[in-house]
Design a protein around this ligand. Structure first.
Ligand SMILES: *[C@@H]1O[C@H](CO)[C@@H](O)[C@H](O)[C@H]1NC(C)=O
Ligand SMILES: [Cu+2]
Length: 237
C-alpha cells in the first residue's frame, strides 16, 4: 500500500496524452512527421486561448515540413500516446483511464498546411464520439490502444487542410477551468474530393465556452444519463 498509493496518485494527475502520429492506408507516418507535436503532454484548459486551436504555449509544438496526402472519403487513424516515445500498451502508454470524455475531429481548409497557425475561423467538425450510456469516446480510444478513427468526407474540395484531433477529459470538469482539452494538428493534402458541399465553420478559439454543458460537468455524480458533445454538429455529405 505504501508504494501503490503514491504511484496511483501520480498516474491520475499526470497521465495525459498526445496525438503523436497519423496512420493513412495502414502506413504510420512517424511521430511528429506531418503532425505538430509538443514535447510535453499536458492539456489546454482555457477555451479562449489561441492554443485551443492546434495546441501551443504552455506546450509549444514543433513545426514539421511534411504534408500527408489523404484520399477524400477514406479513413485515417490518429494515434494517441502518453508521451512521444511511448511504445507499450493501454492504458499506461495511451492515457490514464480516469480521463473520460468525448473524442472529436475537425478540419480547416488552408492555403498552406505547413504555415497556417490554425487560429481563427474555418473549422468544421467531422467526427465526434461522446457517451453511449455506459462508456465514453476516450475509453474506446484507450481500449483500442490509442487508435482514433476519422473519416475524411468525400464531398469537400481538394486542397491543403489542418486535421485537429481531440480528446476531452472530464474527470475534473465540475468547475471551469477543469476540463482537459488534448489536441494536435496534422497537415494534410486532401485529394479526390468532389467539392459538392461547403461546410459551415466555427472558430478556435470561439467554438467552446466554459459554460457549455459538455465542458462544465460533473461526470461522477449524479450519474451521466445523456451528454452533449461541445462544438458544432458533425458535418456530413
Ligand atoms: C508552404 O510554405 C512553405 C514555407 O514557406 C513553402 O516551402 C511551401 O512551398 C508552401 N506550400 C504551398 C502549397 O504553398
Ligand atoms: Cu491528464
Amino acid at each position: 500500500m505504501k508504494l501503490l498509493a503514491p504511484l496511483a496518485l501520480v498516474g491520475a494527475a499526470s497521465a495525459h496524452t498526445i496525438f503523436v502520429s497519423l496512420e493513412v492506408n495502414g502506413v504510420n507516418h512517424g511521430v511528429g512527421n506531418g503532425v505538430r507535436v509538443p514535447s510535453y503532454n499536458g492539456p489546454i484548459e482555457d477555451v479562449t486561448s489561441n492554443s485551443i486551436a492546434c495546441n501551443g504555449p504552455p506546450n509549444p509544438t514543433t513545426p514539421t515540413d511534411k504534408v500527408i496526402t489523404v484520399q477524400a472519403g477514406s479513413e485515417v487513424t490518429a494515434i494517441w500516446r502518453y508521451m512521444l516515445n511511448s511504445q507499450g500498451s493501454a492504458p499506461n502508454d495511451v492515457m490514464d483511464s480516469s480521463h473520460k470524455g468525448p473524442t472529436m475531429a475537425y478540419l480547416k481548409k488552408v492555403n498552406n498546411a505547413t504555415t497556417d497557425s490554425g487560429v481563427g475561423d474555418g473549422w468544421f467538425k467531422i467526427q465526434e464520439d461522446g457517451f453511449d450510456g455506459t462508456t465514453w469516446g476516450t475509453e474506446r480510444v484507450i481500449n483500442g490502444q490509442g487508435r482514433h478513427k476519422i473519416k475524411i468526407p468525400e464531398c469537400i474540395e481538394p486542397g491543403q487542410y489542418l486535421l485537429r484531433a481531440e480528446m476531452l477529459a472530464l474527470h475534473g470538469a465540475s468547475n471551469y477551468p477543469g476540463a482537459q482539452f488534448y489536441m494536435e494538428c496534422a497537415q494534410l493534402n486532401i485529394v479526390g474530393g468532389t467539392g459538392t458541399k461547403k461546410p459551415s465553420t466555427v472558430s478556435f478559439p470561439g467554438a467552446y465556452s466554459g459554460n457549455d454543458p459538455g465542458v462544465k460537468i460533473n461526470i461522477w455524480w449524479p450519474p451521466v444519463t445523456s451528454y452533449k458533445v461541445p462544438g458544432p454538429p458533425v458535418f456530413t455529405c
